[in-house]
Ligand binder design. Structure first.
Ligand SMILES: C[S@@+](CC[C@H](N)C(=O)[O-])C[C@H]1O[C@@H](n2cnc3c(N)ncnc32)[C@H](O)[C@@H]1O
Length: 224
């Protein structure tokens, strides 16, 4: 079975067996994304790999209508229930979607996209490139992408079961550890605003938070 298909079944079991496993508090990445989106006058937001929605629910609470996707049905069901409980059901739409497939949204339909630890899942480098291309398509010009990924400085990089292409599996969770060159490549044609190193959790996981924006027409894409 394809590693991503195994991972879909794995995440489905994980969320079914550990409801709300990431807690209710938003991640630091979501807080940063919310500030970036507000500063840029964003309205509609897309979250990819939303899980049970700690970040989607928080962004909705900040006034952004949010579309949240994941390939795990139990995670999104928990998100829908929580949104209804918080009275935010009108502000959060969930869409079951596998990030290996094209995004089921029209060109330029979002002002902001966030993805906390989705691009570093069991996706090949080619799939990641295609996904970032799709994100660029559904973002309006001037829109912002905020994503985070575990990187090659993480303690689990090179450990556990190797699936090739910098993907290693530990305790059933497969992670694509990003080299810095991949971050720079994915920003080509965008303006790279920030690559911020941070840690999360007990391992700790070592991550980069990346902010990049789509140039408005006539503006030169630049990286910094
Ligand atoms: C590390 S968890 C992070 C969840 C959420 N962003 C958070 O921080 O609370 C990664 C998420 O990506 C989802 N995921 C992994 N591979 C995916 C794929 N190919 N398509 C869609 N979702 C995927 C998993 O189901 C899981 O919810």
């Amino acid at each position: 079975m394809d590693i991503a298909e195994e991972q879909r079944e794995h995440w489905t079991r994980v969320y079914a067996g550990n409801p709300h496993m990431y807690g209710d508090a938003p991640s630091e990445v979501a807080r940063h994304a919310g500030a970036v989106f507000a500063e840029r006058g964003a309205r509609s937001v897309l979250e990819l790999g939303a899980g049970h929605g700690r970040d989607a629910l928080w962004l909705a609470g900040q006034g952004f209508p949010v579309t949240a996707t994941d390939f795990s049905a139990p995670g999104l069901e928990q998100l829908d229930e929580a949104a209804a409980g918080l009275g935010r059901a009108d502000s959060v739409r969930t869409v079951l979607h596998d990030a290996r497939d094209p995004l089921p949204f029209a060109d330029g339909s979002f002002d902001g996209v966030m993805a906390h630890m989705l691009l570093c899942m069991a996706l090949s480098t080619d799939r990641i490139r295609a996904l970032v291309g799709e994100i660029g398509r559904v973002l309006r010009p001037g829109g912002a992408l905020v994503y985070s990924v575990r990187h090659t400085g993480d303690a689990h990089y090179g450990q556990g079961v190797s699936h090739g292409d910098d993907i290693y599996e530990h305790g059933g969770f497969a992670v694509h550890f990003f080299p810095r060159a991949l971050v720079d490549e994915l920003a080509q044609g965008w303006a790279l605003q920030e690559v911020h190193a941070f840690e999360e959790g007990e391992l700790p996981r070592r991550l980069w938070r990346v902010t990049q924006t789509r140039p408005v027409s006539g503006e030169q894409a630049a990286t910094s």
